[in-house]
Design a protein around this ligand. Structure first.
Ligand code: KG4
Ligand code: ZN
Length: 341
């Protein structure tokens, strides 16, 4: 069975607050079922214990949906894949345990997937795909990385955040302005209506690393100062504050990406993760593409945010490379992208 070249794989994603399942047949993603967890909105962020309980409630439903919609019966599967990490331990455990149980019951091999590698491999779900080597800026609520991709299974993180992820910076800034969670998309909406007139500091880190905690603190003091003079300052200036903040965050991302691309002489540039939906970032990427002759890749939105289709894509590649794991596999909350030897 393992020398099959046309595998049919079920993939499960449960690293944070999305429970998702997808079926991939011979490298073609057949579906991408996602149950999002609205329960966290009222708490202003993801509550880990609630996230794992929601996964527990949703996982059977999303797996059934994925199989039924693809018209695949469990006995036809060649492997079961799952996100091993990084992510919230309680959330990962639900997906890993479910995948292990299913594989054991059906006598199928297991494939572990690194969630951050999968974000990159989402670019291979649909054409056109990037060619190697390329760079990927992966930007989400939990991560900010510049990844150098030499082949499907050879990746190296060449820059990452030393503190907050950029999505976290968007969300925390939104919270300071009284906006609901997740605030990133709202900042994006208001920013479109405003002008970037307020200056925020740029934090430069060594190499291609990022730091977003400085801009968050700067915003806190700026708002405190302005509101001491005018309590309605945020209401009156929301659009301009959002435009200023977004412009600075996008500038910080793009300047490191440009340096990496120039230093490594790479002109195929991809973005991934939830923040890849940001209109300012997309506009900047298109602008740089025109100026620096980059070929750019932006996945469909459903493949940017957390989803099992990207896990399925990564699993397909691993299947073809005979990369399976045993029943003793356990989730790893801080699983890193390890450069292949
Ligand atoms: O990849 P994702 O769905 O989940 C993980 O964090 O893994 O990313 C969610 C993050 C949140 O921080 C959210 O605020 C941010 O992506 N986000 C945005 C936009 N859409 C989603 N941030 C800025 N502008 C957007 N349009
Ligand atoms: Zn993610």
């Amino acid at each position: 069975m393992l020398d099959k070249t046309h595998p049919l794989i079920l993939a499960i994603e449960s690293s944070c607050d999305e429970t998702s399942a997808a079926v991939i047949a011979n490298g073609k993603v057949l579906n991408n079922i996602i149950a999002s967890q609205a329960i966290h909105h009222k708490y202003g962020g993801v509550v880990p214990e609630l996230a794992s309980r929601e996964h527990q409630k949703n996982i059977l439903y999303v797996v059934r949906q994925a199989l039924e919609q693809a018209q695949v019966s469990p006995s036809e599967l060649d492997a079961v894949a799952f996100t091993r990490g990084p992510g919230l331990m309680g959330s990962l455990l639900v997906g890993v345990s479910f995948a292990k149980g299913m594989a054991l019951a059906l006598g199928l091999p297991l494939i572990e997937v690194n969630h951050m590698e999968a974000h990159v491999l989402a670019h291979f779900i649909n054409d056109p795909c990037p060619s190697f080597p390329f760079l990927c800026l992966t930007v989400s609520g939990g991560h900010t990385q510049i990844v150098l991709i030499r082949s499907h299974l050879q990746m190296e993180v060449i820059g990452e955040t030393r503190d907050d992820a950029v999505g976290e910076a968007f969300d925390k800034a939104a919270k300071m302005m009284g906006l609901p969670y997740p605030g990133g998309p709202l900042i994006d909406q208001y920013a479109k209506l405003g002008t970037a007139i307020f200056p925020f500091p740029n934090t430069q880190m060594p190499g291609y690393d990022f730091s977003f905690s400085g801009i968050k603190t700067a915003l806190l003091y700026f708002l405190q100062h302005e509101r001491s003079k005018d309590p309605d300052f945020i209401d009156k200036n929301r659009n301009d504050i959002c435009a200023s903040l977004q412009k600075k965050l996008v500038e910080m991302l793009m300047s490191n990406l440009l340096r990496a691309a120039t230093d490594l002489k790479i002109n195929e540039i991809a973005i991934a993760g939830g923040v890849a939906a940001n209109s300012g970032l997309r506009a900047a990427l298109k602008d740089y593409a025109a100026r620096y002759r980059w070929k750019i890749f932006i996945p469909e939105f459903q493949y940017c945010t957390d989803n099992a289709a990207m896990i399925a894509m990564a699993a397909h590649v691993k299947f073809l490379n005979n990369q399976f794991v045993g029943q003793d596999v356990a989730p790893i909350a801080n699983l890193a992208i390890a450069p292949a030897l």
